[in-house]
Design a protein around this ligand. Structure first.
Ligand code: FAD
Length: 562
């Protein structure tokens, strides 16, 4: 009887997708004996969506979209018809959420964990799954085998290893700051009322931190105002760009309102094919095409490329007053107010939101040109360090309720945004605190901070991360960054089969990498699959499962809309 052995390291949503695909495909080959060892730290399935997280930490994807059950393109599935998508699952549990609701992340963690249990119950007779709650610290080659070394010194020998370790514990830039706001217990932590807390970031993580420091400390929102409990600190919000995030539009159920893309996945694949191995310059070749789609969605007509690019620049990097602290603060409030107004109009009512949505919907087209080193080095660096973060800020921003709360907190004097772009942070050893000062105003402002919080979720780099496993793989030459100068991404080099490329440039037949680690080598891995189209996590999981099982069924093409 033929046999195959696979180790999966990391069982968050991505690892779970791989496990589901392997078991579902293996069920089709009863003559094949499949031995799977899963090594994961913590509760299987949940990943960053811990079931013990505060209810104030919300998903930023609406409940009606999420699923871990692969769609029609990925049949057969052991779960199809036996386990529900996330929204019906919530309803089955008696949680009356609507399709457009942003529910606590811990519920999604519970969904993933239950899905894992159902998967084991339906495990085909030819498969065996062993779960080990441990940390993998190295993967070494021994002849044709891969040896996974665990913290407890156990060694797992298998033919294939799939690494899906997702988000690592954030790297603290200094001992004197709180890098992981999700484990910091901000609601009960000893942060005195009225002390000054600086939060770096305007996005989702910053909003989670603010929720803990305000509602988490007893404050309430009533009739459009925030009623403080008296336990809140003074919160100063700032970021490098100085630009607030835009809220997601309300879900108005208007699928037909999705903007039309001329630069769609098909067009991108044609361009990729025409260019063969030659790198594409994102700034000069792709940005203008995206800008034309953005302008078309906004104005409902074609405009010359230069005008389209000016329009897109204005949306992504809007100008805010930098005259003085007061004017900048007022501009932030005005921006958030105006954006919320647009968000409430939904895609059906807001041309601006439709225009920004182009950038969400163009992700597959962008992937088709960007992935696997598709861009010139300088434009690649620009893409990941500037453009991708601009997309996140403008198209994947906080829930609209959170932005509304931000305005109320500013009104109540609990949160302020006095610093403008490019503020300078310095540790003041004598005072033993951080000081942050503005750098763009004629009359600078400066604040001593009692606490500094990292209000963004950072991407680890290969030289700066908290994973022993990553360090060991780099040391052993088993992985390397596709571009060493990337600031914002680990960018572990993988090929189009999700195989890790060694520091010698060789794709390793038996070492697969999927998810966050490959961000930079592939684009946009920070998400859970949705019910729409062929989500990349399923595509990659299917590809990996097919390879390890020698399953010759054709792998569906990458992405076809989320
Ligand atoms: C705070 C936060 C909120 C988010 N919210 C959303 C959202 O609302 N919607 C959305 O679509 N996406 C969201 N994301 C994006 C996120 O990428 C996905 O939701 C998803 O969790 C990614 O799954 P993953 O399996 O790749 O990684 P993770 O969820 O990080 O899971 C990785 C797993 O690997 C384990 N692990 C790590 N290292 C080792 C090791 N060496 N040995 C053994 N096990 C290891 C971890 O313990 C964990 O269980 C969020 C991300 C963050 C950080």
């Amino acid at each position: 009887m033929k046999a195959v052995s696979i180790t999966i390291i990391g069982l968050g949503p991505r690892g779970l997708c791989v496990l589901e695909r392997i078991l579902s495909l293996a069920a089709q080959q009863p003559e094949l004996q499949v031995q799977i060892v899963v090594v994961n730290k913590g509760i299987p399935g949940q990943g960053v969506h811990g079931q013990s997280l505060s209810d104030r930490f919300l998903l930023n994807t609406v409940a009606g979209l999420l699923t871990l059950i692969p769609g029609e393109a990925f049949q057969p599935s052991l779960l199809k018809g036996t386990f529900a998508d996330f929204l019906p699952w919530l309803n089955q549990k008696g949680i009356a959420a609507s399709a457009g609701a942003y529910v606590p992340r811990r519920l999604f963690g519970a969904y993933c964990h239950e899905l894992y249990q159902r998967l084991l119950e339906r495990c085909p007779l030819n498969c065996q799954v062993e779960y080990i709650d441990d940390e993998a610290i190295d993967i070494q080659q021994a002849g044709q085998k891969e040896v996974t070394c665990l913290l407890t010194q156990r060694k797992i020998v298998s033919e294939h290893v799939v690494v899906a370790i997702g988000h690592m514990i954030p790297v603290a830039n200094s001992q004197e700051m709180i890098a992981d706001i999700y484990t910091a217990e901000l609601s009960s932590r000893n942060i005195p009322a009225g002390s000054t807390v600086g939060i770096q970031g305007f996005g989702l993580t910053a909003m989670d931190a603010i929720a803990e420091l305000t509602r988490g400390r007893g404050g309430i929102f009533v009739d459009g105002i925030y009623k403080p409990s008296g336990n809140e600190p003074n919160i100063i919000l700032f970021s490098r760009s100085g630009l607030p995030s835009r809220a997601r539009p309300v879900d108005d159920g208007c699928a037909a309102c999705a903007p039309t893309l001329h630069f769609n996945e098909q067009a991108a694949l044609v361009l990729r094919e025409q260019r063969g191995q030659a790198a594409i310059n994102f700034i000069t070749e792709i940005y203008p095409l995206l800008a034309q789609d953005v302008a078309q969605a906004m104005l409902d007509r074609e405009v010359p490329t230069k005008a389209a690019m000016e329009l897109m620049n204005g949306l992504l990097w809007p100008e805010m007053s930098q005259k003085n602290s007061q004017e900048y603060s007022a501009a932030v409030v005005e921006f958030v107010k105006q954006d919320l107004y647009e968000a409430h109009l939904g895609l059906s009512g807001s041309a601006m939101k439709r225009a920004v949505e182009v950038l969400m919907n163009a992700r597959d087209a962008i992937r088709a040109v960007v992935n696997y080193g598709g861009l010139t080095p300088s434009s690649h660096s620009w893409f990941y360090n500037h453009f991708a973060s601009a997309i996140n800020r403008n198209a994947i921003g906080p829930q609209h309720d959170r932005q509304h709360e931000l305005l109320m907190l500013i009104d109540a004097g609990i949160v302020s945004t006095p610093l403008g772009p490019a503020p300078e942070l310095q540790w003041a050893p004598k005072k033993h605190c951080w000081n942050v000062r503005s750098t763009v105003f004629d009359t600078p402002v400066s604040f001593d901070l009692d606490q500094l919080l990292q209000g963004y979720t950072s991407q680890p780099t290969l030289t700066k991360n908290t994973s022993v496993l990553l360090d060991a793989l780099v040391e052993g030459g088993r992985i390397h960054a596709r571009h060493t100068d990337w600031l914002a991404t680990p960018g572990v080099a993988v090929n189009a089969e999700s195989k890790a490329v060694s520091s010698y440039g060789v794709a390793q037949e038996h070492l697969f990498i999927t998810g966050v680690m490959s961000e930079g080598s592939t684009y946009y891995n920070w998400y859970v699959p949705t019910i729409v189209g062929k989500s990349t996590p399923f595509v990659e999981a299917q590809r990996i499962a097919s390879a390890v099982l020698g399953y010759d069924k054709e792998t569906p093409d990458e992405g076809a809309g989320e």
